[in-house]
Design a binder for this molecule. Structure first.
Ligand code: ADP
Ligand code: MG
Length: 343
């Protein structure tokens, strides 16, 4: 494990994938994006992605209701389809089940799965069920489609493009902290505390927003979903395009819940916003001439879409704002499975 720890999650993936060679010209986008993209006759490409959730790493059976766990397992997968501008249609699921897990738990887990299948119009069409020695293990593979004309990937952005995100960064990570130390006397309004915990337990994939972007004429040059933290996921876009970015601290759409609860408990909201994982918001870059139109389109939207910075030719991420933010940036990292570094 020591070696893997040193390597980190992404270098490990790179190393493993160096053994592989893509041989089919049906593969339009392979390893390295939110979904793989496969060619298909007609107007659409096929999308496929997979995400695993493991007890005690991604969830704790004591703090999530089984229905919500079912919903979340699908939501995180739907989010990857949304990140490509696609729409999900089917999924398969593999479960590793410890014999101590009550059957009732699984019934309720499937109730949650069924709820999200209905909400997002997708079908669970297969899977696998095996015993697990200790922990509950969930893996979902999701399939979707995207118009060949409106496929969004992590590559394509250029200096001068404007960076946008949906929703609010950092809420889920603070929600997780609230859930993990429930005995601690958290200060601040209960309604904000609840809102943050809900963001962590029941994330809403931004499929509606993604569809709205694909229907618009906006020149979106790259897109990703935020699963590992704003800086880290923005970093994937920057790396794919060999560019840098400047983020404006005062433009980051911190939610009132994050701001209030951080203030009441002397926590640093900016740190959560920059490196907190599991927000499942969309981060995208846009041609600068399309900013006005896009802002108009999302003016009355339920979920805000906010301009937070620009792409630069100078590599790395800079944050304009106070000196404090520079310091935070140095320590701002997202989630890496082999280096535990959530805020
Ligand atoms: P996401 O956060 O969008 O789910 P990840 O950061 O988990 O994406 O993965 C980054 C990329 O690496 C994705 O394209 C994913 O399909 C690919 N990937 C992850 N793990 C492996 C693996 N063990 N073998 C091959 N590809 C992998
Ligand atoms: Mg993703």
């Amino acid at each position: 494990m020591a070696d893997i720890k040193k390597l980190g999650e992404f270098a490990l993936i790179d190393r493993l994938c160096s053994h592989l060679k893509t041989t089919s010209d049906r593969v339009i986008v392979d390893i390295g994006d939110d979904c793989a993209v496969l060619d298909s006759p007609g107007r659409n490409y096929q999308l496929v992605s997979t995400d695993a959730l493991i007890e005690s790493i991604h969830f704790d059976l004591k703090s999530i209701r089984p229905e919500l766990l079912g919903r979340k397992s699908l939501a995180v997968n739907i989010s990857d389809i949304a990140a490509m501008g696609g729409v999900p249609h089917s999924a398969v699921i593999a479960l590793g089940i410890p014999s101590t897990l009550p059957i009732k738990f699984l019934d309720r887990f499937y109730k949650g799965i069924a709820e999200h299948c209905q909400t997002y119009g997708l079908n669970l069409v297969g899977g696998d069920t095996v015993a697990s020695p200790k922990h509950f293990f969930i893996n979902i593979t999701i399939l979707g489609e995207v118009s060949k004309k409106r496929l969004f990937t992590r590559s394509g952005t250029r200096p001068g493009d404007i960076i946008f995100m949906t929703g609010h960064p950092g809420d889920s990570a603070l929600g997780l902290q609230l859930l993990q130390s429930r005995r601690k006397k958290w200060k601040g309004p209960k309604k904000w505390q609840k809102a943050l915990m809900t963001k962590h337990l029941d994330p809403v994939p931004r499929l509606a927003e993604s569809c709205r972007l694909t229907r618009s004429k906006a020149r979106i040059s790259s897109m990703i979903d935020l699963s590992d933290g704003l800086i880290q996921d923005l970093g994937h876009i920057l790396k794919a395009n060999k560019v840098g970015a400047i983020l404006h601290e005062n433009m980051l759409p911190l939610s009132p819940a994050l701001t209030h609860i951080c203030e009441h408990n002397r926590l640093n909201a900016l740190e959560f916003a920059l490196s907190g994982g599991e927000d499942y918001e969309l981060l995208f870059t846009l041609h600068p001439d399309d900013v006005k139109n896009l802002n108009r389109q999302f003016l009355h939207a339920d979920v805000p879409v906010t301009q937070i910075g620009e792409i630069t030719s100078e590599t790395g991420v800079r944050i304009s704002g106070t000196d404090r933010s520079k310091k935070i940036l140095q320590s701002a990292m997202g989630f890496d499975h082999f280096r535990k570094n959530k805020p």
